[in-house]
Ligand binder design. Structure first.
Ligand code: BGC
Length: 758
């Protein structure tokens, strides 16, 4: 008892000390910033709110002009789209040596899935269901980015998305709120490592606040109209999770929410974000979002600047409406100076926390950059991430893994493709450093006689091709006609025992402004696949893409399908390992794959209807021409081995609000390979004061098993895991019956029942 008391007292003392230390640090920061701001003119304060772009990678009109002169005049608070120690030093020098108050600049960039060492796209990373791994990728990205002079990354993107037409699903963690929240937290931790003052951390920017992933019809930048219940329950928690993990900044989004654009939305940026959630960091707008408020139709230039500052946007990305309008708005008394003080203070606080007032250069040097960037350990991590991200969608008669001595024809535009491999938003990444699948094969199997034919261009459709090429896709003309390319491929297939076809989307077909209304593999490639099919040779289909595709024909007609996403710098090497069984795939989908576009939006945690589908009745909820079920459900992914799940045992079938429910199953590797399984836990609240989804993910465990090996795994749930917004919008649990499911994906599960009493 004494010992226990001592521990408790010690904990209080330690907690007290750290609270005191924090308060002390805050007091020091506050007095530093207060003193600094007392010396600033109104123009200088407004200057801090300006975030122009220099360099490349722009995602809108090029408006930032004379940036260096503006820095010198104190009209810039931060820059983005530039990096390398030399470039950063040059710009920071202007701020430090030539401005009156020597306030250092923030340097931001879209470090989305790695900086120079490129990891799989975020959707692929989420398919690893490996949170420590995801955190390590963010940590590695922070080490590289900070060594390259950056102190701020525009990541994580935590927008929940249920519509794969939206090209930006590639940038997020998929459709599930619970998993998305865990990923959001892991990424913030990786970037910030709990101490922004360290030179090897970067400030995270949670985006796009908010609900950007719900753009109507999956068309980018489109409006969002959503009930408060849906927001609170499904779309907002990942932003909150990232903020609770300490994210230093938030980016307001392009879309409107129920008639009010996010960048002008005081309810969103102040009432919810600050008052309710207690966020104390800074908010930057998205690219030219303040200017775009005019297109949304909420005001002219002065009006939208006023709306934005009053709503809670601290930093104006690229529009320059703040530096052009705010002073006049203050002078004419339309905007109180306190709004500017508040935004300026938040930006200066971010700089302070990053240690920029102590060392504006954060210890950058070319030596440090050379040591950190693409270091051996980061490349090993990139391969690990690529291996774990791949999802095996089909494997008829265990055709995979292949024997490397088989006669294999490698066919398709992705086989030798390096550019697409590193995916979208890989701005600082050098695709020439990515190893294509073909290069990996030559390295790993130098004496094998693999055959190759390109077979098709990624895109044949001239209209689409021109559109993509205009914006940098660089899909080059071929000397052979499409028919000749197919002939060549068919000839190669004819000589092979098996064909490995590598098809999909070019990286520019995904990401921002890349919504698609047709989610099939592009036509020319599909014609190629059909021609190969006609040869009668077995086909392994590898997919490179950034969103769920519609693969009904492929699922019927090829023997195996492996989803490889855009695998990053080491993607090619990783695919070769999976093909020949050096690694047994373990990824699981984090977005539902529909059978056709008409099913969208389709997601696993849907609600029941009053007329659930029934085969033998006409008037039930269904389509006439396609089943209700997806092609591949959320959580789905095969392995070269097989796993069996025992029935669930519960420690009790009735719990009260303070009990712990333990659900245990035994998982057995019943196949022939070592393998890793992600066992998933779902619940269903059977009766609620408002309707509840048919399943909700509440946990998962990754388990590695040798053939024949079994492990017992236990999930623990408490009443807190059963909470939702009740009929009165109170976040609470309701007593009654629940179902609990554990299984290999969201549809193939074991089931048990329990009750919650109060
Ligand atoms: C995107 C953001 C990005 C910003 C800066 C915008 O177009 O929506 O995700 O961070 O550009 O590059």
């Amino acid at each position: 008892m004494k010992k226990y008391r001592l521990i408790v007292v010690t904990c209080f003392v330690i907690a007290g000390l750290s609270v005191n230390a924090q308060t002390g640090r805050d007091a020091k920061m506050n007095s530093y910033i207060k003193a600094l701001m007392s010396r600033m003119t109104l123009e200088e304060k407004i200057g801090q709110l300006n975030l122009p772009t220099v360099g490349f990678d722009i995602t809108g009109p090029v408006l930032s002009k004379d940036v260096e002169q503006k820095i010198e005049k104190g009209l810039v608070g931060g820059l983005f789209n530039t990096f390398t120690p030399d470039a950063i030093r040059k710009q920071q020098d202007i701020a430090i040596k030539k401005t009156r108050l020597k306030i250092p600049l923030l340097f931001g960039y879209d470090v989305i899935h790695g900086h120079k060492t490129i990891f799989p796209i975020p959707l692929g990373l989420s398919a690893t269901w490996d949170l420590p791994l995801i955190e390590r990728t963010a940590r590695a990205a922070a080490e590289e980015a900070s060594a390259d002079g950056l102190n701020w990354v525009f990541s994580p993107m935590v927008d929940i998305a249920r519509d794969p037409r939206w090209g930006r699903v590639a940038e997020g963690a998929g459709e599930d709120t619970w998993l998305g929240s865990q990923v959001a937290k892991a990424m913030v931790q990786g970037y910030q490592n709990n101490d922004l003052s360290k030179n090897n951390t970067v400030m995270a920017c949670v985006k796009h606040f908010a609900l950007y992933g719900a753009a109507e019809a999956g068309r980018d930048y489109n409006i969002v109209d959503m009930s408060e219940r849906k927001m609170l329950e499904y779309y907002l928690p990942p932003y909150k999770a990232a903020i609770d993990a300490g994210a230093g900044s938030v980016m307001s989004s392009f879309n409107e929410i129920n008639g009010v654009p996010a960048a002008a939305n005081k309810w969103l940026l102040t009432d919810l974000l600050r008052t309710k959630w207690g966020f104390t960091g800074m908010v930057a707008t998205d690219y030219t979002a303040i200017m775009e408020l005019m297109n949304h139709g909420v005001g002219d230039e002065p009006m939208v600047a006023e709306l934005a500052i009053k709503a809670g946007d601290d930093m104006d990305m690229v529009s320059e409406f703040y530096i052009n309008q705010l002073k006049k708005l203050v002078e004419s008394k339309r905007v109180d100076v306190s709004y500017i003080d508040q935004a300026c203070r938040r930006i200066l606080e971010a700089k302070y926390k990053l240690g920029l007032f102590d060392d504006p250069y954060r210890g950058i040097s070319n030596d440090r950059a050379a040591k950190e960037i693409m270091s051996a350990d980061k490349l090993v991590l990139a391969k690990e991430a690529a291996l774990k991200s791949m999802v095996l969608l089909k494997n008829e008669n265990n055709i995979l893994p292949l024997s490397s001595t088989a006669k294999i024809a490698f066919i398709g535009p992705m086989i030798k493709d390096q550019r697409d491999l590193i995916g979208n938003w890989s701005g600082a990444g050098d695709w020439k450093k990515a190893q294509s699948l073909w290069d990996a094969l030559q390295t790993q199997y130098p004496t094998n006689n693999f055959m190759y034919a390109k077979g098709a261009k990624v895109i044949d459709d001239t209209l689409l091709l021109n559109k993509l090429n205009r914006f940098g896709a660089n899909i080059l003309p071929e000397t052979l006609s499409p028919a000749q390319m197919i002939d060549e491929a068919v000839a190669a297939a004819g000589k092979a025992d098996v064909v490995v076809a590598f098809l999909g989307e070019s990286c520019t077909m995904t990401g921002e402004a890349s919504s698609r209304s047709d989610l099939s593999i592009p036509e020319g490639q599909k014609a190629l696949l059909k021609a190969i099919k006609a040869t009668g040779k077995p086909i392994i289909l590898l997919l490179m893409n950034g969103r769920p595709l519609t693969l009904a024909w492929e699922n019927e007609n090829v023997n195996a399908i492996l989803e490889t996403w855009f695998g990053g710098t080491c993607g090619g090497d990783a695919i070769a390992d999976v093909l020949f069984g050096k690694y047994n795939p373990s990824g699981k989908l984090t977005m539902t794959f529909p059978r056709n576009v008409g099913q969208i939006p389709i997601y696993y945690n849907a609600k029941n209807t009053g007329r659930p589908f029934s085969e033998n009745e006409k008037f039930t909820s269904k389509y006439l021409d396609v089943p209700n079920t997806p092609l591949y459900p959320f959580g789905y992914g095969l392995s070269y081995t097989t796993f069996s799940y025992s029935p669930i045992t519960l420690n009790k079938t009735m719990i009260n609000a303070s009990d712990k429910l333990e659900a245990t199953i035994t998982l057995t590797n019943t196949g022939k390979f070592d393998g890793e399984e992600t066992a998933q836990l779902y619940i269903r609240d059977v009766i609620g004061s408002v309707t509840r989804p048919v399943k909700e993910l509440k946990g998962f465990q990754k388990v590695f098993l040798k053939p024949g090996e079994s492990k017992s795994i236990t999930f623990t749930l408490t009443a807190n895991d059963l909470k939702f917004y009740d009929i009165n919008m109170k976040y609470t649990y309701e007593p009654g019956a629940f179902k609990l499911f554990i299984g290999t994906n969201s549809t193939n599960v074991k089931e048990a029942d329990f009750k919650l009493t109060l």
